[in-house]
Design a binder for this molecule. Structure first.
Ligand SMILES: Cc1cc2nc3c(=O)[nH]c(=O)nc-3n(C[C@H](O)[C@H](O)[C@H](O)COP(=O)(O)O)c2cc1C
Length: 192
């Protein structure tokens, strides 16, 4: 199988947030799509190891912020490269609160408040199908695509994950390195 074929699929980038009691987190995802328009529903696929996934399973609610083209890499690093288990991801930044009491990024293009209707175990990930209970445009302008994100992040030296395209910056990839995006081990990385 030529896994490069998967890089031909186009996506946007989103920050999904959730909380359960006093636990709160959020993660960057590309795997989100609209399913229906009348009684709007969306679907997201999130890794079982993500803290955010655990919180969605507990609370059955999440918020999706649509990232804009000029989003700072710090936002992507905060929500995409570290876990909320060990970090307070919301200590910096500008957040609003949605109907479910969940944070959204005020600098995002749009925000969706969602209530889970169905959860499907798809192996490494859970597919959450959710009803959109509120949707709001926050800022006009271009939204970030997955392809534009990779351009933004282009580096001369590093290692690319052959499964998801994540790039590790640096000459030497640690032997025990785990991809922060799709959680595969160092053997799945190739030098660029
Ligand atoms: C560009 C990019 C795209 C990502 N896409 C997804 C995705 O579609 N699904 C997913 O589960 N994780 C995805 N991730 C990985 C999570 O954002 C990452 O593992 C995050 O640190 C999990 O945080 P948490 O443990 O606090 O939930 C992506 C990360 C980046 C940087």
């Amino acid at each position: 199988m030529d896994t490069n074929a998967f890089f031909k699929l186009s996506y946007g980038l989103y920050v999904i947030t959730s909380k359960s009691n006093d636990k709160e987190s959020g993660c960057v995802i590309n795997a989100m799509m609209q399913l229906t328009a009348e009684s709007p529903q969306i679907a997201i696929a999130v890794n079982k190891n993500n803290y955010t996934t655990e919180l969605i399973q507990e609370s059955q609610v999440f918020n999706a912020s649509v990232l804009m083209d000029d989003v700072s890499m710090d936002v992507i690093k905060t929500f995409g490269f570290q876990s909320g288990r060990d970090n307070d991801k919301f200590k910096d930044g500008n957040y609003g609160t949605d109907q479910n009491g969940l944070k959204y990024l005020k600098d995002a293009s749009a925000t969706f408040s969602c209530q889970v209707k169905k959860s499907i175990d798809v192996g490494t990930h859970i597919l959450f199908i959710a009803k959109v209970i509120e949707a709001k445009i926050l800022n006009e302008g271009e939204v970030l695509t997955y392809a534009a994100y990779h351009e933004k992040k282009k580096v001369k030296k590093g290692w690319r994950c052959t499964v998801c395209g994540f790039i590790y910056e640096g000459e030497n990839l640690p032997e025990d390195y785990i991809c922060p995006v799709c959680k595969v081990d160092a053997s799945h990385f190739s030098k660029i």
